[in-house]
Design a protein around this ligand. Structure first.
Ligand code: FAD
Length: 375
């Protein structure tokens, strides 16, 4: 039984590790060159908050200790008002539970290395899916040396929010999609280590709630922080030079300025990312082609759950294969039946959490309510 996985990101690489344990012949096709030999893309979500949902999947393939060795536990959020003192709000009543800041690149590389070491797994880099016949399992990839055809018994699209597999299924008329773009974009900024130390408390997820805009910062193992500024998409264009950038941050994020010496360079050179929610129906066709992770149900990042949720997909698909005796034709619809309600719930919660993070966390009523909940 041969399985093609399109996309060797977080979902695809993890999926390859799980499927290899079933003795399947797995080929991972990835449009990029091997990320372990190149540089990370500039300004693309350098770190991720990984929670127990994601750790559970890593534990099942024996990778959790390796990944957690570099993780930075964040036990609460640290609110940065425009003026006044910082406010730390712990995530759990006892203050003992945390979400973990983990480097996206390191996590992806660890998963890829585990996948390539697994028996029966082959990885083809610089293979971009451009054509798919979902009923026959036939694929065409654009590669540096021209177009290459391939076939597999099962084709799994783990190729992210802009999924080419989903696009092909749409063109065939076997799935429908709705993409709700948020009227907000995001830009990454950086806070380097100061004299070799973290410039902010590394035990917290930092939030600068500003109503229509919001910034967050997560710690990195090299003692820097990566900040993500969320703002109505067109608003970014208003700041075009050092003076306007400096003036804006001095007014709205005054405590950031002394910590971010590369602010102007980051602001002018890092791209503005788009945010949206992907709804696809159904996620599978013909019992042999299916979508997982962001390709099926990308969500906005405000709950920090997209990758965690994608990891849960992989665990659930594996469970469905167990429960159907390895029948893909039965496992794929079962996977969708079991997962859809959960992914729709987290999509809604992620949107709701945006309002909470950019606005409510700073309100005295919210803080009081949280303290009563924790008491
Ligand atoms: P992707 O990570 O997008 O990977 C898809 C892979 O497919 C890529 O390697 C790509 O190169 C490849 N590919 C694409 N097209 C093709 C093609 N045609 N042929 C072959 N290969 C192809 N989630 C969390 O859990 N916690 C967080 O804190 C968090 N923070 C986030 C912050 C931001 C700003 C954003 C935007 C997202 C965040 N997420 C977070 C969500 C998380 O990034 C995604 O849910 C996760 O990356 C999904 O993984 P994936 O493998 O499904 O897709």
């Amino acid at each position: 039984m041969s399985v093609a996985i399109v996309g060797a990101g977080l979902t695809g690489s993890l999926l390859a590790c799980f499927l290899a344990r079933r003795g399947l012949e797995v080929t991972l096709y990835e449009r990029r060159p091997d990320p372990r030999t190149g540089q990370a893309e500039r300004g693309r979500s350098i770190n991720l908050a990984i929670s127990e949902r994601g750790l559970d999947a890593l534990r099942r393939i024996g990778l959790v200790d390796q990944v957690m060795a570099d993780a930075l536990p964040m036990k609460g959020r640290m609110i940065h008002p425009v003026d006044g003192p910082l406010d730390f709000q712990q995530y759990s009543a006892g203050g003992d539970r945390a979400i973990n800041s983990i480097g996206r690149g390191a996590l992806n590389n660890a998963l890829l290395t585990a996948a390539t070491a697994a028996p029966g797994v082959t990885v083809e880099f610089e293979h971009r899916l451009v054509e798919l016949d979902s009923q026959a399992g036939r694929m065409v990839f654009a590669t540096p040396s021209g177009k290459v055809s391939a076939e597999a018994d099962v084709v799994l699209g783990a190729d992210g929010a802009g999924s080419a597999v989903r696009e092909q299924l749409l063109a065939e008329g076997v799935v429908a999609e709705e993409v709700d773009f948020l009227d907000y974009g995001y830009k990454e900024l950086s806070i380097p280590a100061a004299d070799g130390e973290f410039a902010l408390d590394p035990g917290a997820l930092h939030i600068w709630p500003r109503g229509t805009s919001m910034m967050i910062a997560l710690p990195n193992p090299d003692r820097s922080f990566t900040c993500t500024l969320f703002w109505p998409a067109g608003a970014f264009d208003a700041l075009t030079d050092a003076q306007s950038i400096d003036g804006h941050f001095r007014q709205h994020y005054p405590d950031l300025l002394p910590l971010a010496p590369d602010l102007v360079d980051d602001y002018l050179n890092n791209p503005v990312g788009v945010l949206g929610t992907v709804h696809t129906l159904p996620w599978q066709a013909h019992g042999r082609t299916a979508l997982l992770g962001d390709a099926a149900h990308a969500i906005v990042p405000f709950y920090g759950q997209g990758a965690n949720c994608a990891f849960e997909d992989v665990v659930e698909l594996d469970r469905c294969l167990d429960d159907t005796g390895g029948s893909w034709a039965r496992a794929l619809p079962l996977f969708e039946a079991r997962r859809r309600e959960n992914t729709e719930a987290i999509a809604e919660m992620a949107l709701a959490n945006f309002v909470e993070m950019r606005d409510k966390v700073a309100s005295p009523v919210f803080r009081l309510t949280k303290r009563v909940e924790h008491a």
